[in-house]
Write a protein that binds this ligand. Structure first.
Ligand SMILES: [Zn+2]
Length: 315
């Protein structure tokens, strides 16, 4: 298995289209891959790089010396740039330009810029000229969650390729995980891994506990348990984001759209929620999202939660 594209899960239409444009000889030289994190955009870029560098075929033969070295990540025809810390910095952009100026390399060259939304403005600016008119045989793959965080000038020079999340079924082909986790992962391996890690599981359990207290304890304001569990701002925010997904599920349960439910293992909680009126669920989901935003915006967690509780009384 030395053909990297053969190891990619899903995204077959996208891959096929681009391979065909390679073969037709007019692929464009700068690609911008956008879509959620953890769904395989970088693997696709690496696989396409192998195809561009392969000495036998534009689809990657998987057998030639170049393909083998690409598989082991040690071919000089490719350079992968990732943020060092929070950003991709000016000196990294300079390294790319120096790399492209190397005269000693023959054949195609591929630059992958992962998390391109973290390019700092100077770094982005210094690459613009190269992105606008890449040297012959040079291909760029920029990878980002969406086009939103990128400079318009970069966007306009790129062939934008929108990636879709994987399906729960596709995730399940690669990873052993409970059905609820496969669904709740929203098509992302990264999210799936997080969901299966201990801390995240525990946080989810806490989210269930605190929501039950919120729904059932008439003395919520005096209750110390949620105040403890939500002391940490990050935890509080995650707990509210789980609430939103539970309430969303309860709305689907009311519609009898069971295949849309993500948290299938939480039947008891969903049942309690689904017994509420539709208006109060819709209001609760909105207000929970508002509370999550307020916490993200650094508002006092305890105050936000007290307000949420008081507003709930008015529903
Ligand atoms: Zn090859």
């Amino acid at each position: 298995m030395a053909r990297l594209l053969a190891q990619v899960l899903g995204h077959q239409e996208i891959i096929e289209k681009i391979l065909q444009s390679f073969e037709a000889g007019k692929p464009g030289q700068t690609f911008l891959f956008v879509g959620p994190a953890g769904i395989g955009k970088k693997q696709v870029a690496l696989g396409l790089a192998q195809a561009l560098l392969c000495t036998e075929t534009r689809r990657a033969c998987g057998k030639c010396n170049t393909c083998l070295r690409m598989e082991h990540g040690n071919h000089e025809g490719i350079k992968v740039v990732e943020p060092a810390g929070a950003n991709i910095k000016m000196e990294q952009a300079r390294e790319v330009i120096e790399y492209l100026n190397l005269r000693s390399l023959s054949g195609n060259r591929v630059i992958i810029i992962d998390q391109a939304q973290t390019l700092n403005p100077q770094a982005a600016n210094s690459l613009l000229k190269t992105l606008e008119e890449p040297p012959e045989g040079t291909f760029f793959f920029l990878i980002a969650p969406s086009v939103a965080g990128l400079m318009a000038t970069i966007r306009s020079r790129s062939r934008i390729v929108q990636f879709k999340p994987l399906t729960a079924q596709q995730l399940g082909e690669k990873v052993q995980a409970p059905a609820w986790a496969l669904k709740a992962a929203g098509g992302s391996f990264e999210k799936l891994a997080q969901l299966q890690e201990g801390p995240e599981q525990e946080l989810r359990r806490k989210a269930v506990d605190v929501l039950k207290i919120f729904l059932e304890d008439q003395d919520f304001l005096m209750n110390e348990i949620w105040r403890q569990e939500m002391k940490d701002r990050g935890n509080a925010q995650s707990i509210l984001s789980y609430w939103v997904s539970f309430i969303r599920d309860a709305l689907f349960l009311q519609e009898d759209a069971k295949n849309q439910i993500m948290n299938m293992d939480q039947a008891a909680l969903l049942k309690i929620l689904a017994e509420k009126s539709r208006e109060s669920l819709l209001s609760l989901v909105q207000k929970s999202m508002g509370a999550e935003q307020a916490i993200l915006a650094n508002r006092d967690v305890q105050l936000v939660m007290e307000q949420l509780w008081i507003q709930r009384q008015e529903i």
